[in-house]
Design a protein around this ligand. Structure first.
Ligand code: NAI
Length: 699
């Protein structure tokens, strides 16, 4: 049983109890329905109060049942709501903390609702590419009015109960409790006060109207179209709410259900539900139990006040953790601190940060030129130049000075974390924390687990990541870890496409149409083409046989590093970021093809997208097979949160699943025949072949 039934005098109290948020799983639904029955057959009971134990009234569907037959088994949520409506005795929902999704829909099926202040009220289904499916779109407009209801349904964002209670004419809450603590007592008293009221009020019998009807819904549709871009659900929210004003209640319910079911099968909803689960999965590490004792992180030291060191520090300052930044020279420190200040000041100017908060954060920041002053830090993150020799010196020093039990992390983007760990006598305390630039903004954190990294270090940094609001994904040690190792293949394909006949603008346009925020060439211009150039030079020594298009090197030889030099793959006007196709670059590419003796051909947008995305997929499959990533969904998280992969596609691995792995393999076999491409790379990864031949997929 996941709800308790208890009679207090003449009031029965049903308390949902399914931690953490009283998800409406099958057992909970069953227990509610039984409680309603029991109350109705007990002559001593005059009214029923429905509430939730612990941290919520109810957070809605039980995510543990997602996609399983239990999710829809009878009594399903609609049946439970019907049981509440049909109860001969008044049912009062006593709402506190959280009433979301199905939880709110359940409350809307009760005769009365009383809410504690501070409760978060939401219908967040749109965030999973759906609309509410148990009457939310039909009942909420009836109690809140069309506009506020549609706002909540389209945004999915929570609104505080006390704000909703202030809406003129609202019938969502019949009463506000004086405090969360008093809620239950006041709900029971309210139940007694309405014990003899007949007929009992039902939301379904209330009207749903908008004074400007059609015009309003037309405005709403236009607004939503602009916002929703690649997602069908928001527009469907408008349709469903409009139906509440035009159709009879039960017809509206049928309409809602039809939309809900159709959306459930869209790739966009599948992608969003996948990412919702992927985010939760990524925080778990198979062999590190959730109750692993963690180390305490009360203070942090950062080595290096450059681009990354500054951004990394801000994450901790924002979370209220004191930071000391260490540098070799005072000038470098001054420069670093000035950048942090500038960053915060621009947030203050834009109204994103209050002046006093800014000052509080800066007060947590110290600087130092001496290791002696950081030796007591619980976590130290190294962000110095990307050179093994420099890292060696830093880690030897850290090993010498840092207190026992301190976690020693490196922000290296390509170097071998096991080698770095070996510079110390405590490799179990060493871990990679690969932040992405700008580190105070980007959500992704690759946590690089060395061969010897201790389990409690992993557990500690994973929960620290949550504290600084990062999405942490664990990667094994390899060149480039998950994200950059895959992007290398993507960049190589982009280069080959130029060699074969495409222009930078055609490649960018095709992949941006697919949904990437920025194509590879615009991205290169933004990040600086010289960074990739340096990496290619290093790799040319390590992997001399790796094929590349030489176009990117030639571009750099011309000094066209991107926006920072005013020219890259595109031309830029001073002070502007618009990418203007460059005649010079086009000529350079044409000349390059001539030198290679390649006859250019017309390349379709479809081929461009497939080659770029499937290159990620094939490398991703290798990464999965080697155990560098624990799950395909981890790879998807990396790409969504760190590389601008379109959210509605759910990440490269889910995209491959949706295309069908058989089709992906077929395409790779076609690409192998391209004369200029790297045929060896396009040999499908063994895992991919195996899954495809078994008719399976990655997720
Ligand atoms: P940067 O050149 O902006 O900053 C490096 C800073 O380290 C400089 O201020 C320098 O004075 C300082 N430094 C050098 N040696 C030092 C030492 N022995 N002791 C104390 N300070 C020292 O470099 P950036 O871009 O911040 O990169 C730092 C690390 O982060 C590198 O390992 C890089 O691969 C990695 N990384 C960089 C990303 C980026 O987009 N820039 C993204 C992710 C990781």
């Amino acid at each position: 049983m996941t709800a308790e039934y208890k009679v207090h005098g003449d009031v029965a109290v049903i308390t949902m109890n399914n931690p953490p948020v009283n998800g409406l799983g099958h057992a909970t639904r069953m227990a509610i329905a039984q409680g309603i029955d029991q109350a109705n057959s007990d002559p001593a009971v005059k009214a029923v109060v429905l509430t939730g134990a612990g941290k919520a009234f109810s957070g809605g569907a039980d995510i543990k049942e997602f996609g399983s037959p239990k999710a829809t088994a009878e009594p399903n949520l609609l049946s439970v709501i019907l049981a509440c409506e049909n109860s001969a005795k008044p049912v009062v929902a006593a709402i506190h903390s959280v009433a979301m999704g199905g939880g709110l829909e359940l409350a809307l099926g009760c005769h009365y609702r009383i809410a504690a202040p501070g409760a978060n009220i939401a219908l967040p289904e749109v965030k999973l590419g759906l609309i509410p499916g148990a009457g939310g779109t039909q009942r909420l407009p009836r109690v809140l009015g069309v506009e506020p209801a549609l706002n909540m349904i389209v945004s999915g964002e929570p609104v505080k109960s006390e704000l909703l209670a202030q809406l003129p004419g609202q019938k969502l809450f019949d009463k506000m409790a004086s405090s969360p603590e008093a809620l239950l007592e006041e709900a029971m008293a309210f139940g007694r006060s309405v014990a003899d009221t007949r007929p009992l009020p039902l939301v379904r019998n209330m009207p749903s109207k908008h004074p400007m009807g059609d015009a309003y819904f037309q405005f709403a549709r236009n607004m939503v179209k602009g916002m929703a871009k690649n997602f069908p659900a928001p527009a469907k929210c408008v349709d469903a709410v409009e139906a509440s004003t035009k159709k009879k209640f039960d017809e509206g319910m049928t309409y809602e259900r039809e939309i809900f079911t159709a959306l459930m099968f869209t790739p966009e909803s599948r992608a969003l539900r996948h990412l919702f689960m992927a985010e939760r999965a990524a925080s778990k590490i198979g062999d590190v139990p959730e109750d692993t004792k963690q180390r305490e992180i009360k203070s942090v030291a950062v080595i290096g006040a450059g681009t990354m060191g500054g951004g990394i520090s801000m994450n901790f300052l924002n979370a209220g953790v004191p930071v000391t930044i260490l540098e070799m020279k005072q000038e470098a420190l001054d420069r670093g601190i000035a950048t942090i200040r500038k960053n915060y000041e621009s947030q203050v100017k834009r109204g994103k940060l209050k002046q006093d908060k800014y000052e509080q954060r800066m007060a947590l920041l110290k600087t130092s030129l001496s290791y002696d002053e950081i030796k007591d830090a619980d976590l130290v993150i190294e962000a110095v130049f990307e050179e093994m020799g420099v890292k060696q010196k830093v880690f030897e020093k850290l090993d010498e000075v840092m207190k026992k039990g301190a976690i020693l992390a490196s922000n290296t983007s390509t170097l071998d974390v096991d080698k770095i760990a070996a510079f110390t006598k405590r490799p179990e305390d060493v871990v990679g924390l690969h932040f992405f630039s700008p580190a105070n903004v980007m959500k992704l954190l690759e946590v690089v687990r060395g061969k010897k990294t201790a389990k409690d270090v992993m557990a500690t940094v994973m929960s620290m990541a949550k504290k600084i609001r990062k999405t942490a994904v664990v990667s094994g040690v390899c060149d480039g870890f998950i994200g950059n190792r895959m992007i290398e293949q993507y960049s190589r394909q982009a280069g080959f496409l130029l060699d074969e006949g495409a222009t930078p603008q055609q490649v960018d346009r095709a992949i941006e149409k697919f949904g990437f925020a920025m194509g590879p060439f615009r991205m290169g211009d933004l990040a600086g083409n010289d960074i990739g150039w340096a990496i290619r030079k290093r790799r040319a020594q390590e992997r001399p046989n790796m094929l590349y298009s030489r176009t990117a090197d030639k571009l750099c030889e011309l000094g066209r590093f991107g926006q920072k030099t005013g020219a890259g793959w595109y031309d830029y006007q001073e002070g502007k970021r618009d990418a203007i196709p460059s005649k010079l670059v086009e000529d350079m590419i044409v000349q390059h093809r001539k030198e290679l003796g390649i006859e250019p051909r017309k390349i379709s947008d479809e081929e461009i997208v497939q080659r770029l995305v499937f290159s990620l997929v094939n490398e991703g499959a290798h990464i999965l097979e080697e155990g560098i990533a624990a799950r395909a969904s981890d790879i998807d998280m990396v790409y969504i949160t760190g590389y601008g992969f379109p959210m509605h596609r759910g990440g490269p691995m889910l995209y491959a699943d949706q295309v069908g792995l058989f089709n992906v393999v077929q395409a790779m076999k076609r690409f192998q025949k391209n004369p200029r491409d790297d045929a060896k790379f396009w040999e499908p990864a063994p895992l991919l072949l195996k899954l495809a031949s078994e008719g399976k997929n990655f997720n």
